[in-house]
Structure formats: structure tokens, C-alpha cells
Write a protein that binds this ligand. Structure first.
Ligand code: MET
Ligand SMILES: [Zn+2]
Ligand SMILES: [Zn+2]
Length: 408
């Protein structure tokens, strides 16, 4: 499938590269261009197209291929349209040019996360439609904004809207993460993002003095407690080969703020942390732990949450779940080996699962180094095209899952 010159390029790859050139990059994504791109796809594929403005300027585009049995719940294929910022100077090629090297690697922000998946869905639907197939269940593709900054102006609002309920989603696919081996990773749950800012206040004064009770010394204590916890979780992960990254709680110190001058001891300083809390953690006890680390550091140390997800859900990965049965059966038939895991990061799946729709996180990218959010994010065109083949097999199976007990 690998093509050499542009004139021989597979049209699905060309479309993928066109989409990669749309600058939907945070913090100022060109969402208008993305919506226009999907509207045009809908027109070309003969799919229904609905635009739902969940907040001013934030549009969810829904492309619909109706099934033959409208009594059945639908399949939701979700992808986000925004991508994270780049450090351009660290890239070998312009991250918005979608450069393809002589080996077939496509370099672009969003190549893995997750513009590939959006186009793979579209191209699988196109192929199936061209071949004249129809399936009992309706397939909806949702293209949503804002995922990379928390989904608050995207999926979080969309799942609360009547337009979402009208889709009658029975099962959803959303993004996963590449796997460098031959296997494919599939995510059945997620860690919960808790973004915590600890603010410490203390006595100010001249930078030459031994001032007591400073904001810095108390903040240092909290930072030490949290980084010690980080080390403990890291050791727990390292010492147990059965544990995967998503099964332990991670934390990183991501911001330090405060101070005005070298010789002025500041009255306030803060530290921000990105916690990803494992689904089996007792959330109440964990929050108390955070509070007690602050209290132990001294007076005037408080914490606030910028993000605090409290509703982790698990989508069953056994044959009691007919969606899993259909999904895993196709993978087995295609000789794909699956590695079911807990998503270490957070995706819009958490909002979908929280309203009762089972979801799997799956980006069909094997033999691919994990480069999401990294410099030189890239994807080989052959891996991309293989992913289209995989969805071309998955969609018929999922959209033909017989009526569930709740649907008959
Ligand atoms: C916590 S909001 C989600 C943003 C991004 N997907 C992440 O996991 O960091
Ligand atoms: Zn993503
Ligand atoms: Zn991302």
C-alpha cells in the first residue's frame, strides 16, 4: 500500500494529509475550517450532517449513516478535532505541512492524536457505502472541539444536549494510543484527571533575612509530600510486571508560580499538579490525603481544583458485553492481538461512559512509537491504511450486533 510519489498516493492518505494541514491547534484552533471540511465529506459521501453549537463558536459536527432498523441503538464513532501546541524548533518538518518522507512517514501534529482516526472512520464508511452495504444500526461520526483542554466546551456539554440523546448511542469508539509492538492497545476505562493548585501564603520581607514561616518553605513541604507519593506509585508500577501505567496513580508538578524579585520574599507562591487517579482509588480518602499534606505544611496552605473528575466507569471486556464480543471477535478473525488497558490519560470517553454509553478507546496504530503530544509526531501511511481496513471490518460487526434485551 505504500506509495512513492504524490501521483501514486492512496486517496485516503491524501485526504488525511489535507486534514492535518488544518490548523486546529490549541489555544486558538481554526474550528471553522474543520467544520467546513467535515461538511464537505458529508456531501461527498451522501451522509446526513448536523452541526450542534454547544457553546458560542464550539460546534460538534455529526455525520450520520442511517441503519435499516431505526428501533436499534446506534454506533457512535467519536473523534476530537483540536490538537495540542507544538515547539516548532524541535520538529524535523513543519508540523502543519503533513510532510511525507521517502519511507512513508507522515509528520504532523495530530498524526496520531487523533486526526488519523477521524479520517480512518470516514474512509471505512466510504468504502462500505461504495460497496453497497447497509447495516441494521445507524452509524454516527461525531467530530468534537475542545478535547485537549478538557472537553468543557465540547463533549462535556454535548452529552447533556437533546441532540446527543436523539442519537440514541448504544456503544461508542473513541481514541486510544499507538502501540510500538505488533499488538493493539484498547482502553476500557480511564484514570480520572485531578488538576490541583496548591497555594501557600507566608511572611514576606527582605531577601537577605532568615524569615520564618515563608510561603516557599511551606510549599516545598507539600511538593515533597506529593513527589514522595509519586515515587511510591512509580515503584509500585516498576515492581509489578502485571500492572500497566493506567492502573496506578500518577502525578507531575507542572507549574510553579510566584515571586517578584530576587531580594523580595514573596507572600504567596503556588504549585500546580496534574494527578491522574486510578479507577480503583477511594476518591474521598484520596482528597483527604491531599488536604492533610497541605495542613501538615503549616498555616495558610490551601488547594483548589481546576479539574476533578469523579465518575470513572469501566466498560466490561468479557462476552457479557455484546459490544466487546463483536469488537474482539473481529480482531481475532483479523489475527490482531489486543492489549486491554486503563487509559493513562483522559479522553472524551469519560463523558460518554458517564452518561451510560459503553465505550472503548481504540486507535488502530500498531508498530508505531508513542508520539502523541511529542515533537515529530508521525505515522506511517501503511499503518494508517491498515487502520482503515480494520474499521472496515469492525463497523459491519458493531452495526449488526443483534437487538439487546433492552431493545426488544
Ligand atoms: C484532562 S483533560 C484531557 C486533556 C488530554 N487529553 C489529557 O489527557 O491531558
Ligand atoms: Zn486525543
Ligand atoms: Zn491529546
Amino acid at each position: 500500500m505504500t506509495s512513492k510519489g504524490p501521483e501514486e498516493e492512496h486517496p485516503s492518505v491524501t485526504l488525511f494529509r489535507q486534514y492535518l494541514r488544518i490548523r486546529t491547534v490549541q489555544p486558538k484552533p481554526d474550528y471553522g475550517a474543520a467544520v467546513a471540511f467535515f461538511e464537505e465529506r458529508a456531501r461527498q459521501l451522501g451522509l446526513g450532517c448536523q452541526k450542534v453549537e454547544v457553546a458560542p463558536g464550539y460546534v460538534v459536527t455529526v455525520l450520520t449513516w442511517p441503519g435499516t432498523n431505526p428501533a436499534l441503538s446506534s454506533i457512535l464513532l467519536n473523534s476530537h478535532t483540536d490538537v495540542v501546541p507544538v515547539f516548532k524548533e524541535h520538529w524535523s518538518h513543519d508540523p502543519f505541512e503533513a510532510f511525507k518522507d521517502s519511507e512513508g512517514y507522515i509528520y504532523a501534529r495530530g498524526a496520531q492524536d487523533m486526526k488519523c482516526v477521524s479520517i480512518q472512520y470516514l474512509e471505512a464508511v466510504r468504502r462500505l457505502k461504495v460497496e453497497g452495504h447497509r447495516f441494521p444500526r445507524t452509524i454516527h461520526m461525531t467530530f468534537v472541539p475542545d478535547e485537549e483542554v478538557g472537553g468543557h466546551q465540547g463533549m462535556e456539554l454535548f452529552v447533556q444536549r437533546p441532540e446527543f440523546h436523539a442519537l440514541r448511542a448504544g456503544f461508542a469508539l473513541d481514541e486510544g494510543i499507538a502501540n510500538p509492538t505488533d499488538a493493539f492497545t484498547v482502553f476500557y476505562s480511564e484514570r480520572s484527571p485531578w488538576w490541583v493548585r496548591v497555594t501557600s501564603t507566608g511572611r514576606p520581607g527582605h531577601g537577605s533575612l532568615f524569615i520564618e514561616d515563608t510561603a516557599a518553605e511551606k510549599l516545598h513541604k507539600v511538593v515533597s509530600s506529593i513527589l514522595a507519593f509519586r515515587e511510591k506509585e512509580w515503584q509500585r508500577l516498576q515492581s509489578n510486571p502485571h500492572l500497566k501505567e493506567g492502573a496506578v496513580t500518577s502525578v507531575n508538578l507542572t507549574k510553579l508560580e510566584g515571586g517578584v524579585a530576587y531580594n523580595v520574599v514573596p507572600a504567596t507562591m503556588s504549585a500546580s499538579f496534574d494527578f491522574r487517579v486510578a479507577p480503583d482509588v477511594d476518591f474521598k480518602a484520596f482528597e483527604e490525603q491531599l488536604q492533610s499534606w497541605c495542613q501538615a505544611a503549616g498555616e495558610g496552605v490551601t488547594l483548589e481544583f481546576a479539574q476533578k473528575w469523579m465518575h470513572p466507569q469501566v466498560t466490561p471486556t468479557d462476552d457479557s458485553n455484546p459490544w466487546w464480543a463483536a469488537f474482539s471477535r473481529v480482531c481475532k478473525d483479523m489475527n490482531l492481538s489486543l492489549e486491554p488497558e486503563i487509559m493513562p490519560a483522559a479522553t472524551d470517553s469519560r463523558y460518554i461512559r458517564a452518561v451510560g454509553v459503553p465505550a472503548l478507546g481504540f486507535s488502530p496504530l500498531n508498530r508505531t512509537p508513542v508520539l502523541l503530544h511529542d515533537h515529530d509526531e508521525r505515522l506511517h501511511e501503511a499503518v494508517f491504511l491498515r487502520g482503515v481496513d480494520i474499521y472496515t471490518r469492525l463497523l459491519p460487526a458493531l452495526a449488526s450486533v443483534p437487538a439487546l434485551p433492552s431493545e426488544s
